[in-house]
Design a protein. Structure first.
Length: 365
C-alpha cells in the first residue's frame, strides 16, 4: 500500500504539473484512451491542475460504452428466455438497450446473474445442466484472456450448455479510426496501461509514425497520469512522434505472450460495430471456427433484432473526442445514472458517469 501511495503523492504530482506549465507554449489536445484513466483524472482533480493550453478529451476505451446496441438487444432477448441463465459483469445491468436493460429483465423474473469472472459462469453451467448458461463477453484486450480461458475450460469439461455472447474490441483499430477521421482533433495519446500489460505496445509505433502523433503508455494513479501527460507534451513541443512507456513497472514492449497465444487460439479478427461510432474493420474478435458451437449468436435465434437509439444521446461524439459530456443537452437532466440514455452515463468507466460524479467547471472552483 505504501508503494501505491507514492503514486498518489500530491506534492510530486504538483511538481510534474509545474514542469508541464513550464514547457508548454501552445494549445494541445491529448486523448486518454481508457475509461479507467478518465475516471482517475476527474476523481483526482488532475484536469483542474493542468494549464489551460492542455485539453484532455476522452476516448472510446470504455468497453461497456462501445458495445453495439444491436448486440445489447440480442443479449436482452437471450436473457429473457426461460431456459437461459444470463451471466454478466455488474456494469452491464443498467446499460440501456432499445427498450429495456438487463436489470428490468431480472426484475421481471429473468435469470440474470452478476459474476466476477467468466469462470464463475462455467461453474454455474456445471451446476445447472438443464439450463443454457450464457456469459456476455465484452471488453478490450484486457478482459479477453479470462474469457478465452473460460471457453477452453468449458470445452475441456465437455459442457454443452455454456456459450459466450462475444463483443470484444481492440484498441489499435480504434486509434486508426479516430486519427484518420476528417474531423479528428487528437494530437497525442495516453495509451491504456492495462491493455498494454496484456498486448505490449509493439503495435503502436506504426500508428505514431503514420499519423505523426506521440503515444505514451500510461498508468492509472495521479502521478502516472501526470507523467504520461508531461511525456506527451514534451514530444508535442519538440515535434517528435514516438511511442514511450511511462508505466514500466507493469508494461513491457512484448506484453504477456502466453495470454496473446491463448487469444490467438480462441479468437479471430472480425469487423465490429462500435456503439455511437459505427463499424470499424477488423476492430474486434470473434470465435475461431473451432469454437463455433460456443457462440451464443449461433445458438439462439436472435437475428431479427431491430434497434432504436436515443436521438438525444451524443455518446458517439464523446467517444471520438469531439465533444465533452457536459456539451450534451441531456447531461444530468434527462440523462442521469438512475435514468441513462446512453452507456457512458452508467458504466463505471464511462466519461459521462465520471463527469456526473466528479467534474466541476473551472468557474465554480
Amino acid at each position: 500500500m505504501e508503494y501505491a501511495q507514492a503514486f498518489r503523492d500530491g506534492d510530486l504530482v504538483q511538481r510534474v504539473v509545474g514542469e508541464i506549465r513550464r514547457i508548454v507554449t501552445r494549445d494541445w489536445v491529448i486523448m486518454e484512451i481508457c475509461g479507467g484513466q478518465t475516471h482517475a483524472i476527474l476523481h483526482s482533480g488532475l484536469d483542474q491542475l493542468l494549464p489551460p493550453q492542455i485539453e484532455l478529451v476522452h476516448g472510446p476505451g470504455c468497453p461497456v460504452c462501445v458495445t453495439s446496441l444491436e448486440l445489447i438487444d440480442k443479449g436482452l432477448a437471450i436473457a429473457a428466455r426461460p431456459d437461459v441463465i444470463f451471466c454478466s459483469f455488474g456494469d452491464m445491468l443498467r446499460v440501456p438497450g432499445s427498450n429495456q436493460d438487463l436489470f428490468s429483465i431480472k426484475a421481471a423474473g429473468g435469470q440474470v446473474r452478476v459474476v466476477y469472472s467468466p469462470l464463475d459462469a462455467v461453474k454455474i453451467a456445471r451446476q445447472n445442466p438443464d439450463k443454457q448458461v450464457v456469459f456476455f463477453a465484452i471488453g478490450f484486450e484486457t478482459t479477453a484472456p479470462a474469457n478465452a480461458a473460460s471457453l477452453l475450460q468449458a470445452k475441456a469439461l465437455g459442457l454443452k450448455n455454456f456459450s459466450l455472447l462475444v463483443s470484444h474490441v481492440c484498441v489499435p483499430p480504434a486509434m486508426h479510426a479516430i486519427l484518420g477521421a476528417p474531423d479528428n482533433r487528437v494530437q497525442g495519446f495516453l495509451a491504456a496501461g492495462h491493455v498494454c500489460a496484456v498486448m505490449g505496445y509493439w503495435e503502436y509505433p506504426p500508428i505514431a509514425e503514420q499519423y505523426g502523433v506521440p503515444i505514451v503508455v500510461t498508468g492509472f494513479e495521479p502521478l502516472d497520469l501526470a507523467q504520461g501527460i508531461l511525456m506527451t507534451v514534451r514530444q508535442l513541443e519538440a515535434g517528435t512522434h514516438t511511442v514511450e512507456n511511462a508505466y514500466p513497472r507493469i508494461v513491457t514492449r512484448e506484453g504477456n505472450q502466453a495470454a496473446q497465444a491463448m487469444l490467438k487460439r480462441v479468437f479471430r479478427p472480425v469487423d465490429r460495430n462500435w456503439r455511437g461510432v459505427g463499424t470499424i474493420p477488423l476492430s474486434g474478435w470473434g470465435l475461431q471456427p473451432e469454437f463455433a458451437e460456443f457462440d451464443a449468436e449461433n445458438r439462439f435465434d436472435v437475428g431479427h433484432i431491430q434497434t432504436r437509439e436515443s436521438p438525444l444521446c451524443i455518446a458517439g461524439e464523446i467517444l471520438r473526442g469531439l465533444k465533452k459530456p457536459d456539451n450534451c443537452p441531456a447531461f444530468s437532466t434527462l440523462c442521469t445514472p438512475a435514468n441513462p440514455l446512453g452507456a457512458p452515463m452508467v458504466s463505471s468507466e464511462g466519461a459521462c458517469s465520471a463527469y456526473f460524479r466528479y467534474h466541476r467547471p473551472q468557474d465554480t472552483l
